[in-house]
Design a protein around this ligand. Sequence first.
Ligand code: FAD
Ligand code: A2P
Length: 346
Amino acid sequence: MSTVSAANAESEPTRLPGEPILPEARMHVILPTAPVNGKVVHSKLCTKSKSASFVRHVCVDVSGTPLEGSWVAGQSFGVIPPGTDANGKPHKVRLYSIASPGYGEDGFGKILSTTCKRLLSEREPQTVKDDPTEHRLFIGMCSNYVCDLREGDTIPVAGPAGKRFILPTDRNAHDYLLLATGTGIAPFRGFIHELFVGPPAGSPLHATWRPCTSRVHLVMGTPYTSDLIYDDFFRQVAKQHTNFAYHTAISREARLDGGKGEYIHHYLDRTLPQFDELLRNERTLIYICGLAGMQVGVFQTLAQRGLHGGFLDVQAELAGIPPQEWTPEQMKRRVHATRRCMLEVY
Ligand code: FAD
Ligand code: A2P
């Protein structure tokens, strides 16, 4: 039930081959300074099995608020925990990716969901001024607030936010490589739902929805198999749609073939023949979501294999330097994702 149009296509500069036309996503319908109350209607752990991480699939009913029907898959929404911080100021907004399709969990755009991971850690110095011996428990403010909420509780929300990490207007005009680490899987749940599952019977969009005919590869990276999120869902969809492939890259477990654990870019590199044609094809879009820094290995791998054309703009200064030797500073200044490569890292 998202309100979308291809209006921004006209105002964009010349489009290069394969660049997507994105729908115009609505933004900041609700500002964080004046949040509305949503209601938690569902909260469930969503890791594959017993995991050292606590990640919850949390559904929020926003019906009757301006947020109803306002988002598209891939956008985020804001949570503003009630109360004040240590300085007596209202808590600042935290963003969470929407894990629902644009028509929501319900098919009517009334219920959105997210994939919230509790931030629990030992305290580590964040600045040079911090005491390096301090190591008491660090409990993230908002993630634990969200994960503690129970069905029926209210939650102050704002948004939606983000206008680029979304699916193109014509889904069948592109193929897709979706790369996630951890909760970066959230927007891809919404994408895959929208591309292959569709709105439930009763939804006004049900009759006209058709499954996507494009090739979609999703690669999900987690420390352990038990940390995989929405794993059953993706496996089920992959079973039903031969044009959707679900891959996992587990970093801290030995592989079945005896090889050592790997990050998503190691997986891409190791199994390159299955992605080679996809990555050479102008139709393909890459979406990368999750840990800040995860794009570095992906970009270097693509460049190393000569597959970055159309996805990365690499400035001439780096010509002749092997991609694996690019420094973080060089990558920040001299390597930029094109409009065929969407990034959402945090
Ligand atoms: P805070 O209380 O804000 O603490 C985090 C801050 O504390 C850090 O910025 C850091 O400065 C500091 N800190 C962190 N670790 C330590 C430590 N060990 N010792 C001392 N200080 C430390 N999160 C999700 O779970 N799911 C999502 O789908 C999701 N989507 C996002 C989408 C976007 C676009 C963005 C920008 C972020 C997203 N996040 C998501 C992250 C989310 O917004 C919060 O940053 C996260 O939940 C932590 O917030 P918090 O309030 O719990 O932690
Ligand atoms: P590891 O933690 O073993 O270093 P989660 O958010 O559930 O912790 O999952 C994040 C996943 O991403 C983990 O498997 C983590 O591996 C992996 N990871 C960490 N750093 C990078 C990176 N720079 N590029 C790709 N994957 C990464």
